[in-house]
Every structure is written in C-alpha cells, then in structure tokens.
Design a protein around this ligand. Structure first.
Ligand code: BES
Ligand code: ZN
Length: 599
C-alpha cells in the first residue's frame, strides 16, 4: 500500500470512488445531519477498502443487495480522523453506509436565527476544503480522487437547500413540515468541493447562466453588487477556454462565513462583506470564478501542491481584473497582495518550510499551514514565467495546460514536467527549484509598478515628514488606491494622527471592509481608544479569518487592547465558525502574560 496524500487514508492500490449518492436529513434542533451514502467504485473490489471519517457515527455498512459488510473504525488521529476499514465481499461494485455526522462536525456551521439577516430562521452551511468533507460523509477525502454525485436533502419548511451541483427538483418530504431537494453533479469533482447550505434563501437572476442566492433581506443588494458577473465569465472564457460547469451561481452567506469566497462548483459561496455598495470588492468573485479552471478543472493532487490551486488562481484573477479594468487595476491588486505576503513572511519567518511552494505536510494540519504564501508566491512564480515566455506564448501554455489536464489532479512535479515540455530550459531560466523547494522569495521575483502605485507609496512613506494627501486627492482615489495608501501608512500612530486619518477618510462610515479592517488594524496597534467600540462591533460580527487575524494580532501590542481582544473573544466565541475560533485562540495564546497588579 502507499499513500498518495498525507491527509487521507486513501490507498493507491484500492478501488476508487466514481460516484456517490447522498441522502441527508437536516435537523436544526439536534444539529444533526444524518443519512446514507451509496458509493459506486470504479471497478469490482474485494477485501480491504478504506475511507476517511471524522466524528461520524456509523450505523451500518451494506452491499447493494443489503448484506452486512464487516467494518472497523480505526483510532482517532487528531488531523486525519478515523479510518473506516471495510472488508468487501468479492465482486463489490457498490456499497451503502448509514451514518450520522457529529453536531460538532467542522465542515458545518449551524447558525441560530439571530446570526442571520432575517433573524427568523436558522441557517446551515458547509465548508469542506481542505479536509473536512470526512466530517459529513465517509469518503475518499483526497483531491486526487474525483467523483460525480447526486443528493437528496430533506430540510424543514420553509427553508431551501442549495448545493455545489445542479438542482433537480424538490417535493414534500417524508415528515410533515419537511421538503426534499434533489441535486445532480454530472461532472467529476474532488470531495472537498461537495457543499451544502440550508436557510431562508431566495435568488435573483443575473444572466441566463448566473444567479445569486441570499436571504431575502440582502438579495437585492447582492444582485446589485454582483451584476457584472456575466462580463467576468466572458472575460475568463476568452483567457482560459470555455466555462465547463453549465451554471455559475453564487450564494451570499451570513457574516460568520470564515472565508471571502469558496469556489464550490456551480455555487460559489461568498462573504457578505463583499457587499460594499460600489462593486469595489468583486475581485473575490473573479478569484472564485477563476477556480472554475484552475482548481476545479485542474486540481491540486494534495494540499502539498496547494499553490497549483491558489497561485494559479490569483494569477488568473489578476488577468481577469486587467481584462476588465486595465493594467492599472491589476498592478494595485499585485501591490495589495505584496503587503499580505510581507505580513505572512513576518508571521512564519522567511526561512520557514511553509515558504516553499511545494510543501511537505506530513503531520501538519492544512488549516494550520494556511497562509497567503501559496497564493502570492505562487502567483509571482507564474507571472515570472509569463514575463520570461512572453504573454502570448504563456497564454497558449495556460490554455493547453487546462485542456490537457481538465478533470484531473496535478502535482508540482507534473506541472513542471509539462512546463519544461512546452518551454525547454524554462525551469532553469526562472530558477524553478528555488521557487518550489526553497523558502523565502527568490531573487528575480517580478516587480509590479505603475505611476499611480509609486505616487501612493511615496506619499504614505512621507507620512513621518508630515506630508498628507489633500481632501481633493483623497476624494479622487478609487477604493483600491485608498487601501494601498492606508496599507503603507506607518504604525503605530499618535492619537492625533489616528484622528486625522479617521476623519480625512470618513472611516466611521466606511462600507469597504478591506479599508475598514486596515484602519482598525492601525487603530488597534496605535492603542487608539476612540475606535475600540468599532473594533468590538466589527470583530464580533465578522467571521472572515482574513479580517479577524490582523486586528486580533494588532491588539496584542498593548495591555488595553489585549484586554479588549479577550473581552471580544469571550463574548463572540460561541458565534464564530470553528475555524475562525481556532485562529483567534492561537493568536491570543501568543499574547504576553499581563503583569500582576502591583507586581
Ligand atoms: N479555496 C479558497 C478558500 C479555502 C482555501 C478554504 C483553503 C479552505 C482551505 C478560496 O478560493 C479563496 O482563496 N478565498 C480567498 C479569496 C481571495 C484570495 C480573493 C479568501 O477567502 O480570502
Ligand atoms: Zn482560491
């Protein structure tokens, strides 16, 4: 036997899942997701067959004919969970498992009505990437294995269910006050792209193939903000080839969703913080849409090759942005990413093994390894190849890569082999081994500049000399320009400087969360008390880890803000997503201990 993925019990010698059929019943009162999965294998199998599980209660395992299949749950491994080892009778092609997920399943967040916009109905959503699908279904939970799926999900009325699949009808459920929704996903996907949400959800059409789902209270503003999605799909198709997933629908979730977006096929999940009211944050949609090619069509074979998903997608996202809004907008995107990269390098250390693009994650939880490094270092590696090959030839390469490897999973080594085939000598020219196998940023990384960017950074750099932008200048800046300026303002600032920034940028009324959170980070690191209430309010509401991390980190700098952080966390912890809770806990643990009074 051999493992092809350090995060799965999948054994390369065993049969692979080809299709699964899910029957789920959702019970909000018991926080229970319970049901059956029917697993179809790619060949007749017999003897040992292993699945990934975490926190699942297994009721029974049977053949298609209904005969009991002997099974054994292995010991709990903290990252992987428990191996479910079946002993298949000869000739098994299909098997069924009845089971229940734990109310604590990490893939699920059960929201109370108060945590939704409408405040009347509960809401449930899943987040399976990277290795949480196993907390809601016994499955071969490695992105190296792809399957189609069908599902029947029974939910309490009047709620609706959506999935990362095509809707295939709904009808009254087996019990009174329930309704069953059917879904079909005819394209092969890895387990981490299985997704479900249940709530008081309605939709608005944005184009013949795109629609947005959300609670009724926010669906109009979501439809307004995301109205440009069809133009994005068209721009992406021009760059990367035809959109292969039929529909591109989106779901705007409540604030506790821990990510900006998740590329669940046919149903991208989005944070409501994108609804800035001025289309300024829709680059997240460009990113999730780009995953339809880089990630969902061509998938990383394991989390050790995560940069193939995210680095390629950040590069693709900025090409879409450039196609729609010009190279100036793309350069600002690169600059914003550069700041995030700098912060991650600070957090991990430039010589951390997690700085390599090709990582070794044996014994490491992908949630702990998560950072923008595979995103921004990966995207820079591709931009370097793009510049070295020339844009036209590189674009051809990208299309050939997607076409050649669609619906498969890739390792970094396979990527490099294909690159070298297409561009002999390229690996050496760009020093690929430094990018992939060494920590730090290699010399010769591409630099992104524009006059606008230089103007913004030099103005911010002159802060300590007393230079400030004029009111007219600030008014003329686009949101991305304001953000770049704010990111380059030094910190900590004096209370007077904070007050100036606060009023010059009207930060109290700011609807753009990127700018707002940058400001709250400055305020927290400056121990600026007039902003403490705003920090409290925003941090208690928002679950997006990208926003929680910098503000909670900045609050570690002063005794007063540390107290504030501990207060906020104590009050809000029960309403945070499990992943967000873990991130904050790990930040709070690193705070220095407070000196005892009088000591
Ligand atoms: N696929 C990721 C989110 C993810 C990664 C979830 C790993 C779990 C494990 C998604 O596409 C993503 O990258 N989201 C970003 C968007 C940003 C880069 C525009 C986010 O949430 O911030
Ligand atoms: Zn992504």
């Amino acid at each position: 036997m051999s493992r092809l993925d350090p995060h799965s019990y999948v054994d390369t010698d065993q049969a692979r899942t080809r299709h699964i059929r899910l029957r789920w019943s959702v019970d909000f009162k018991r926080r229970s997701l319970e049901g059956e999965v029917l697993i179809e294998l790619d060949r007749e199998a017999s003897g040992t067959f292993d699945l990934d599980t975490k926190g699942l209660a297994i009721h029974w395992v049977r053949t298609a004919g209904g005969a009991a299949i002997p099974y054994q749950l292995g010991d709990e491994e903290p990252i992987l969970g428990r191996r479910l080892r079946l002993d298949l009778p000869a000739g098994t092609r299909t098997l069924a498992i009845a089971y229940a997920a734990s109310p604590e399943a990490v893939a699920l967040q059960w929201l109370e009505p108060e945590q939704t916009s409408g405040k009347k109905h509960p809401l449930l959503f899943s987040q399976c990437q990277a290795i949480h699908a196993r907390t809601i279904v016994p499955i071969q939970d490695s992105p190296s294995i792809r399957m189609t799926y069908a599902a029947e999900v029974t939910v309490p009325t009047p709620l609706s269910a959506v999935m990362s699949a095509g809707p295939a009808g709904d009808w009254p459920g087996p019990a009174a006050d329930t309704r069953t929704f059917r879904f079909e996903m005819p394209q092969r996907i890895p387990a981490y792209l299985i997704a479900l949400a249940v709530g008081n959800l309605v939709s608005r059409d944005l184009s013949p193939r795109a629609r947005v789902w959300a609670e009724p209270e926010i669906v109009e503003s979501a439809a307004w903000e995301l109205a440009g999605v069809e133009a994005m799909i068209l721009a992406a198709e021009k760059l990367f080839g035809p959109y292969e997933w039929d529909r591109y629908d989106m779901l705007v979730l409540p604030h506790s969703f821990p990510f900006g977006g998740m590329e669940n096929p046919r149903m991208t999940f989005l944070t409501p913080t994108l609804l800035a009211g001025d289309h300024s944050l829709v680059d997240v949609v460009a990113h999730e849409l780009a995953h339809s090619w880089t990630g969902n069509l061509v998938t990383n074979a394991s989390m050790e090759h995560f940069w193939l998903n995210e680095g390629c997608t950040v590069w693709a996202e900025r090409r879409i942005l450039e196609a729609l809004h010009g190279s100036g907008a793309a350069v600002l995107g690169w600059a914003i990413g550069e700041k995030a990269l700098e912060q991650a390098i600070q957090r991990f250390g430039a010589d951390s093994p997690l700085m390599k693009l090709r990582t070794d994650l044996t014994g490491i939880d992908p949630d702990d390894a998560f950072s923008v490094i595979p995103y921004e270092k990966g995207a820079r590696f591709l931009a370097l190849i793009e510049r070295t090959a020339g844009r036209e030839r590189f674009d051809e390469f990208v299309r050939a890569y997607i076409d050649r490897f669609r619906f498969t999973s890739m390792t970094s080594e396979q990527f490099m082999e294909f690159l070298e085939q297409r561009f002999p000598g390229m690996s050496e020219r760009v020093n690929a081994s430094a990018w992939l196998s060494e920590p730090g940023m290699p010399a010769g990384a591409p630099v992104f500049r524009s006059e606008t960017l230089d103007g913004l950074t030099s103005l911010a750099g002159a802060w300590s000399d007393g230079r400030r932008p004029s009111a007219e200048q600030i008014a003329a800046w686009k949101p991305a320009e304001r953000l770049v300026y704010m990111q380059h303002v030094p910190r900590p600032l004096s209370a007077d400087d904070c007050a100036w920034l606060d009023s010059a940028f009207s930060l109290n009324a700011c609807g753009n969360y990127e700018i707002l959170v940058e400001w709250l980070t400055i305020a927290a690191s400056s121990d600026y008390a007039p902003s403490f209430n705003r920090i409290r309010e925003v941090m208690a509401r928002v679950g997006r880890m990208k926003y929680l991390r910098p503000v909670f980190t900045a609050m570690g700098a002063h005794p007063r803000t540390r107290g504030l952080a501990r207060d906020i966390f104590a009050a809000a912890a029960p309403s945070y997503h499990a992943l967000s809770r873990r991130v904050i806990e790990s930040i709070l643990e690193k705070y220095p201990a407070e000196a005892a009074a009088g000591a």
